[in-house]
Structure formats: C-alpha cells, structure tokens
Design a protein around this ligand. Sequence first.
Ligand code: F0G
Length: 374
Amino acid sequence: MIKKPKKITVAYEGVIQRYRKYLPVSKRTPVISLQEGDTPLIYSVYLSAYLGDNYEVFLKYEGLNPTGSFKDRGMTVAVSKAKEEGSDAVICASTGNTSASASAYAAKGKMRSVVLIPEGAIALGKLAQALIHGAYVLALKGNFDDALNIVKEIAGKYPITLVNSLNPYRIEGQKTASFEICDYLSYAPDFQIMPVGNAGNITAYWKGYKEYKKLGRIKSLPRMLGFQAKGAAPIVRGHPIKNPETIATAIRIGNPASWKQAELARDESRGLIDMVSDKEIIAAYKLLAAKEGIFVEPASASSVAGLLKLNSKGYFKRKRHASPAGRLYSRRKTTIVCILTGHGLKDPDRAIKSIKKPKVLPATLKAVVKEIGY
Ligand code: F0G
C-alpha cells in the first residue's frame, strides 16, 4: 500500500494562492495549479547599457512558467473556475501555447480537453505538449481566426468551457504578471513592451496595473507598448488581415478577439501598438540568446525588437518627462520592462534554421583540437 505523504509545506503555491484576494475565487473554488507564476524579472545588463545611463531594462521571463508560457497564469484560474462550475471539458483554438497550457491544466484537473490548431502552423514543442497531456488535438485547414470562430460556436452550444482569452477568468489570472512586476520593483515601470496576438495579454496587464493603482500599491501607470508582427498586424493597419503571415507563429493572428481592449490599453496609457518585421524579430531572438543567455520563442522576441526599434527613433528620450502620472524622473532611472512570453524550446526548428548547423568531424582528438583552434 502506498502511504500518503504527510502534509508538505510548500513556499509557493501558484498565482491563485498568492493573489487570491484580487481574483474571482472563493473557498469553494477547487484550485487547479501547476505552481505557475513567480517568474523572474531579470535586469538586462546588455540592453540597459545599450540604451544608456538613464535607463534600466528588465525582462519578465514568462517562458519559465510550468508549460513554458504566460498562458498558465490565466489557465489556472479559467480551469479552476470551470471545475467549480461543474464543467468536465475545456476547448480552445490556439497558435500553440494556449493548447499546451489548457491540456496540462485539464490533465491536472481530470478534465477532457479539445484543442483546434491551424494545420502545419504551430511550433513542434507546443504540439508535443498538447498531445502528451492527452488533449483531443484537431488540426484545421485554416488559420487561428477560423479555429477561434468554430470553438466560440461550439462552446456556445455544447457543455464545454471555452478557455481562450475571451474567457474573462483568463484575463484575471494573467493580470497577476503586472502585480509581480510592481511587487518586485516596488513601483510600476515607465514603459512596458509586449507582443500582441489575440490581444488578451495586453488587456490583462493593463487591468492589473490599473487595479494596483486603485489599491494604492503603485503611484503611476506604465505606457503600454504592444508589438505585432508586420505580416500579422491588424491593429496597426486598422483592418483584419485575411492571411496573416509571420515566422512568429504564436502571434500569427489576423483578427484579434480583444482588439478593442488592446486599443483601450494603448490609448488610456498613452502608449502605442506598432509592428516589427520577421527580420527584426529574429535579430532580437538571437540577441537575447547570445547576450543575455535567455532563449525565447520568436513571438516573445518581438518585445525586444520593439524596444530596439523605438530606441533607434529616440522614442524613450522624447517621452522621458511625460509619464501618464506626470511624474519627474530625477530620482530614478527610466524603467522599461519587456515581456518574454514563451520559452525558446517551444520552437526548436526556428533556432536550428536561424543558426549555422554543427560541423561534422571525424571522432578524433586531433580533429576536434584543430577545429577549435588550439
Ligand atoms: N507570445 C506568445 C508566446 C504567445 O503564445 C501569444 C499568444 C502571444 C505572445 C500573444 O498574446 O494573444 O494575448 O496577445 N498565443 C495564443 C495561443 C494566441 O493560442 O497560444 P495575446
């Protein structure tokens, strides 16, 4: 007989336990958690120096969540609430990370998961995750936007819970990332830069910052700076994109569900939503790996690509003395936080395609020593 372990004390129990009082949960909510959140806010030595003396750049490494992306913060709340409400199945459309997260949390919660993905357009690691966690994975001959329309209809008609970011509990969970940033810094950053795909995450961060300000936990609000990929930039271009294209498959979305909320975050914070090319994304992707030792997936690198683009235009200099709170910056440096949304191991193909392949040598000491230059 297997003995039950004595009650184990764990220091950290995930975002619901840590931020319970700011989330729509009660004692009755069964908490389904993989101990997500509490991700590091890494001071970027390279980027801070690159921008100059008056700046400090931090990287919020969300790739260190249990399934390798920020989606886990929202999924713990969405799946716990689905369970509380008596649901036994979840469904989502996904460019990959949502499906990986939904299937892992459903497995933990002993629920069924169904995921719809665009055929051939999701990174290998994400597909592997959904499959191994036991999701019913269906690849559609269409893009993410087509898949989202279908799951919305299914969830509206049948007893299965939608766990895309249209589910408000997803936004609630994801807002905890802005709480963590403020708790760590003890103030809000001046600028926050992040990728924008279906636009749930920018909506969530902005909600989190506004709530912390209302509670008096922070005095000012950041400007929200969102970046779409050039071939998938409906918000920047002002109209849906029928056939979105980018190597950053996570944000290959032509008609974001939270379009209006993203514009609201942009406008209320006096920020912007701009776009970066695949070339700029790959340059930032390589830079993060080579200079910071941080491996992200391409979509995540668009925040740093955006930082470099804005910096080259002098954006941060111009904005220095005009934060939303109208505060002067004499007492501290301008703080910029870039959100790194997903882990690089999600998309190993892209890494291998971006870098020279390893050289093949005979298995001799002589050949290796000669090759490495000794
Ligand atoms: N970064 C990564 C790694 C993502 O997977 C996503 C979205 C985003 C950024 C954009 O976030 O959609 O809230 O604006 N991935 C979704 C998915 C669409 O299905 O995994 P967003």
